[in-house]
Design a protein around this ligand. Structure first.
Ligand SMILES: [Zn+2]
Length: 163
């Protein structure tokens, strides 16, 4: 217990020292609007609410991560099961994104890349990466686990099923 508290405190120090440009927004004059995706920043959070007063133009952290190709989340899918059911699995993953993005504008998929031995999905947020892992595990069982890194600012999710 004590150990965990100590670790968390250390993380916070690191985070304070090295400001995360994708999370700690430059102080924006609210409401602000992302000129790429039209997400609105108001009362300290991003929403899809339309705001006529949003005159400050900016680029939201999700759009910046997408254009920099700098993911916060990685989901790695392995095993033969994927090869046999990739259409259903990708539908499930896209549904997770649709739901997640509606509630949290900064949680999106950046890319899905398939190779012979694995499929990797990169995301703009850590929340959606976990949601994808949970949905795979709930729908198809298999082995699911995840690991935070970088003071919980990034996450790697693993899901594997062989048959
Ligand atoms: Zn945006």
């Amino acid at each position: 217990m004590n150990f965990k508290v100590a670790v968390r405190r250390k993380d916070r120090l690191i985070r304070d020292r090295r400001k995360d440009v994708y999370i700690d927004q430059i102080i924006l004059k609210e409401p602000a609007i992302c000129s790429k995706c039209n997400a609105v920043y108001s009362n300290g959070r991003w929403t899809w609410k339309i705001s006529k007063q949003a005159v400050t133009k900016t680029t939201c952290p999700a759009c910046r991560r997408i254009s920099d190709n700098y993911p916060a989340g990685y989901v790695e899918i392995k095993g033969k099961f994927y090869l046999l059911h990739s259409t259903d699995i990708l539908n499930l993953i896209n549904n997770v994104e649709r739901l997640e993005k509606t509630e949290r504008p900064l949680e999106r998929i950046i890319s899905i890349s398939e190779s012979n031995d694995k499929t990797v999905i990169t995301t703009t947020g850590i929340h959606i990466a976990r949601r994808i892992g949970e949905a795979l595990s709930r729908s198809y069982q298999g082995n699911y686990n995840f690991q935070y890194a970088d003071g919980e600012k990034s996450i790697r999710v693993f899901w594997e099923r062989d048959k």
